[in-house]
Design a protein around this ligand. Structure first.
Ligand code: SF4
Length: 255
């Protein structure tokens, strides 16, 4: 596919088109949604990934369709060394450029100066504020230059993700198009894909991590735990979301 990634004009979809494509791709393979999106949005499409298993499956699928797929990631500055090393491994393996977006230095310096290095353990407000500065804002900046993005969300991740569509409008990021090609997939299907296509995975999975985020906020889970139980484990009632994919219900978190 030589032409699509040369497109530079804005490409939008109206609500009816989004509904039609969401229905069309619901029962089809993720690769078909990816192929359509790459053709439709060209260089104004980006795959956003934290290089977890879901994101690696999508990266591999998209790369096989068009190796020029734009790959973006957020470096919160608090990732585990294994994750940084793995990102370099992925860059070398696929020979791709990875666009890395970091927190704004001035905003982070003010926050750390006022609240310390690890304020997230002290209150839900500080945890969410940290996620906003270190993750949500950099991704928002990254997505300001695209018309569509690909995310690794699945419906079985969390209750807050049960309603996601394969194609949907992303109101959190200016109404651009968001693709969740793995919406209907399960963990087993993702890992089957990785094994079948010899796709590398973050070595932290071998240490008992089932969801991988920032070092101070993620720990391994025990067999039978919810896969995201290791994220912000000290927050008993809170959603296991950082705010990238949905608005967090503050009132529920503070209750
Ligand atoms: S996961 Fe933890 S360290 Fe990372 S941005 Fe959120 S609160 Fe901050």
């Amino acid at each position: 596919m030589a032409e699509p990634l040369t497109l530079d004009r804005r490409t939008t979809l109206d609500d009816l088109e989004i509904a039609v494509f969401a229905a069309e791709f619901e029962a089809r393979a993720p690769q078909e949604a990816l192929r359509w999106a790459i053709g439709r949005f060209g260089s104004r499409l980006a795959l956003a990934t934290s290089f977890q298993a879901d994101g690696m499956a999508l990266l591999d699928m998209a790369y096989r369709i068009d190796p020029r797929i734009r790959v973006i990631t957020v470096d919160s500055g608090r990732l585990r060394q294994e994750t940084y090393d793995f990102i370099d491994q992925v860059r070398d393996r696929y020979g791709i450029a990875i666009e890395v977006y970091s927190p704004q230095a001035a905003e982070l310096e003010t926050f750390v100066g006022q609240h310390g290095t690890n304020p997230f353990y002290r209150s839900i407000d500080l945890r969410v504020r940290c996620c906003e500065i270190r993750k949500v804002s950099p991704l928002t900046r990254a997505l300001s230059g695209v018309d569509a993005w690909i995310a690794g969300q699945r419906r079985d991740h969390l209750a807050s993700r049960r309603g996601i569509q394969v194609v949907e409008r992303d109101e959190l990021h200016g109404g651009i198009v968001k693709l969740n090609p793995l919406a209907a997939w399960t963990d087993d299907r993702v890992w089957d894909y990785l094994r079948a296509h010899d796709v590398p995975s973050n070595p932290l999975y071998d240490q008992g991590f089932t969801s991988i985020g920032c070092a101070p906020c993620t720990r391994p889970t025990a067999p039978g735990d919810d896969p995201r139980a290791g994220r912000w484990w000290w927050e008993q009632q809170a959603t296991k979301e950082c705010g990238i994919h949905c608005r967090i219900d503050w009132s529920a978190l503070r209750a």
